[in-house]
Each structure stands twice: as structure tokens, then as C-alpha cells.
Design a binder for this molecule. Structure first.
Ligand code: BTN
Length: 323
């Protein structure tokens, strides 16, 4: 399907015969792929012998559409699209272990086994959200790797600003929230051997078009359409994310985390709040006071002890609600 789309991206009429000869497939196969594109919401006009013309890409996130609006050097190069997939993170890890390049993006319309943090599932209904994973082969100094999760959250926030949402915040460590509910979740997974990190997969899910949510998350989740009050274009969102991520990643590499940490603190909705920290063993209540240089959350508990909370270990909830 993407091969036909790539040919139609010129916006000009292309005859069925031309497409079939360019791709070395039958006219019937071309017609079938055009129908599949239409089923995804793309508008393809047909006019007798003149052939087919793409008039509207709608909300499509296939590779040719993302690539057309992408102005990055490495992030999203290449883009690999799947209409449906188990988990983009899982597939990206598989591709990375087979040698896929730094910057490769796997993006899907639907995940049937989307993974969340701390072993939870990430509900990923077809066409409602956007689910993607970026493969990194870190040229980063190992001491900067823990900061990747924070710069990914900063980037998700940047992407929201780029599409006109200014009211977001970051719930430590890396949930992006708006109107007190989560719009985006991030899952970083790393494969390493004894000597070095082989690759890191940065996985991001945005709730985009949902108007309602399953009962188990309806109190804590919202979508970008609901926050913006206007339909969001998913390809624009992905491009905005990749653009900002590349800039933040390169900056982290060159200048370290200090500046970006300052930005993180200004965008944090956790710092200054009373929170409940729930770990595998104990749980306690305290006030979040800041982030240390490694990205851990500093919390002063009710006895006045300053404690440091690591992202992998706990869930942090506000006392008055999700944030
Ligand atoms: C969280 O629990 O907040 C993290 C959710 C991460 C979901 C994204 S969707 C794309 C990528 N593929 C996955 O299986 N998970 C991540």
C-alpha cells in the first residue's frame, strides 16, 4: 500500500498502467491497494484514463506522509509503518538487534499488545492514538543515559506546544498530563551486554482522538482532541516530536543535562506537591521538593526526612487525584 501512496504523493494524476508498471504488479493489485488507502480515510480520485490522484491524506501516518514533513538529520530515518502490530517497542527492539540504524522509527495505527511502565498494558485502539518507537544507538556518555527519559518527556511536551496545546505539564518521571489527566506515556527499554549499551528503544504513546476511555483509565486519561477542542493531525504530531527529540538529544550529547533540567523543573507538575509514593515494598506520603542530578525525585516525608525516589521502582500519585 505504501508503495502506491509514495507514487501518488506528487498530487498529480498517475495512470493505473503507470503504477502497475512502476511497481511490477497487476492493475488489479494496484486497484486493491488504492481501495486499502481509501479504507484508511485517504481521498484518492479516479478519472478514467488519467488514472488516480491523491487529494487528501486525512489523518494517515504512513511513512511517505511522515517523511514528507520531516526536517531531521537522523530522527525518523527511516520510518517503518505498520497498520497493526503487537508492540512497536517490541518490534523496534527486534529490528535493533538485527542492526537497524540509530534514528529508525517504528510507528503503528494500532497495537494489540502495547506495553506500559511497570508491566502494565498500554491500550492502543486502531486510529485513535499514535504509537511509536525510536531506536537509539547511544553515542551518549553513559552518565547521561538516565536523562533520556526526562528529555523524552520534555520532547512530548514540546510536540504538544507545536500543535497548539500550551496547558500541559510533566508528571514525574515522564507522563505528560493536561487538564489533570494523562495524554501521553513513555517507555524506554534498553538492551546491553556486559561491556556496553547495544541500543535503547524510546516508546511513546499519545492518546489523540479518543472521546471516551475504558472504565479502568477513564479517571486518569484524556486525549489531545479533548484538550485542544479540535482534531489533531497525527502525522504533524509525530513530526513535531521527532524534530524536537533530535534537537534535545544532540544538545544533551553536546552540553549535558543542566539547561534541560531547568526546563524540566519549570514544566513539572509534581514538584511542590504532596504525593503518595507506592513502591514494591513500602509506601509513604511526602512533599516532592525537586529532582536530583540523576533524575531521581526528592521527597520530604512526613517525618521531615529527605528521601530519593528512583523512577523504575515506584508510582507517584498526587493526594487529590492522578497528578
Ligand atoms: C506508560 O505506562 O505510561 C508507558 C506507555 C508507553 C506506551 C508506548 S506506545 C508505543 C510503545 N510501544 C509499546 O508497547 N509501548 C510504548
Amino acid at each position: 500500500m505504501e508503495d502506491v501512496l509514495r507514487i501518488l504523493m506528487s498530487g498529480e494524476y498517475v495512470s493505473g498502467a503507470q503504477i502497475s508498471s512502476d511497481l511490477g504488479v497487476t492493475r488489479a493489485a494496484v486497484w486493491k491497494r488504492i481501495e486499502q488507502l481509501r479504507a484508511l480515510g485517504l481521498k484518492v480520485e479516479s478519472a478514467g484514463r488519467r488514472g488516480y490522484r491523491l487529494t487528501d491524506c486525512a489523518d494517515c501516518i504512513m511513512a511517505p506522509i511522515i517523511e514528507r514533513n520531516l526536517h531531521t538529520a537522523w530522527a525518523g530515518r527511516p520510518v517503518i509503518y505498520r497498520q497493526t502490530i503487537g508492540s512497536t517497542n517490541q518490534y523496534a527492539r527486534q529490528l535493533a538487534s538485527q542492526g537497524a540504524a540509530h534514528g529508525t522509527l517504528v510507528v503503528a495505527d494500532e497495537q494489540t499488545a502495547g506495553r506500559g511502565r511497570r508491566g502494565r498494558a498500554w491500550i492502543s485502539p486502531a486510529g485513535e492514538g499514535v504509537f511509536f518507537s525510536l531506536i537509539l544507538r547511544p553515542s551518549l556518555h553513559p552518565s547521561l543515559v538516565p536523562h533520556l527519559s526526562l528529555i523524552t518527556a520534555l520532547t512530548a511536551y514540546d510536540a504538544l506546544v507545536a500543535i497548539g496545546i500550551e496547558s500541559a505539564g510533566i508528571k514525574w518521571p515522564n507522563d505528560v498530563v493536561a487538564n489533570g489527566k494523562k495524554v501521553s506515556g513513555l517507555l524506554l527499554e534498553m538492551d546491553a551486554n556486559e561491556q556496553e549499551i547495544e541500543h535503547i528503544v524510546v516508546g511513546i504513546g499519545f492518546n489523540v482522538h479518543q472521546q471516551t476511555f475504558p472504565e479502568e483509565i477513564e479517571k486518569t486519561a484524556t486525549s489531545l482532541d479533548l484538550v485542544r477542542g479540535k482534531r489533531v493531525n497525527r502525522a504533524e504530531l509525530v513530526c513535531a516530536f521527532l524534530q524536537a527529540f533530535e534537537a534535545r538529544y544532540d544538545d544533551l550529547n553536546q552540553n549535558g543535562m543542566d539547561k534541560q533540567m531547568e526546563t524540566y523543573v519549570t514544566r513539572s507538575v509534581t514538584i511542590g506537591r504532596k504525593v503518595q509514593v507506592v513502591g514494591t515494598g513500602e509506601q509513604f506520603i511526602g512533599t516532592a521538593t525537586g529532582i536530583d542530578e540523576s533524575g531521581a525525585l526528592k521527597v520530604t516525608d512526613e517525618d521531615g526526612n529527605e528521601r530519593t525516589v528512583l523512577a523504575g521502582d515506584v508510582s507517584v500519585r498526587g493526594l487529590m487525584g492522578y497528578v
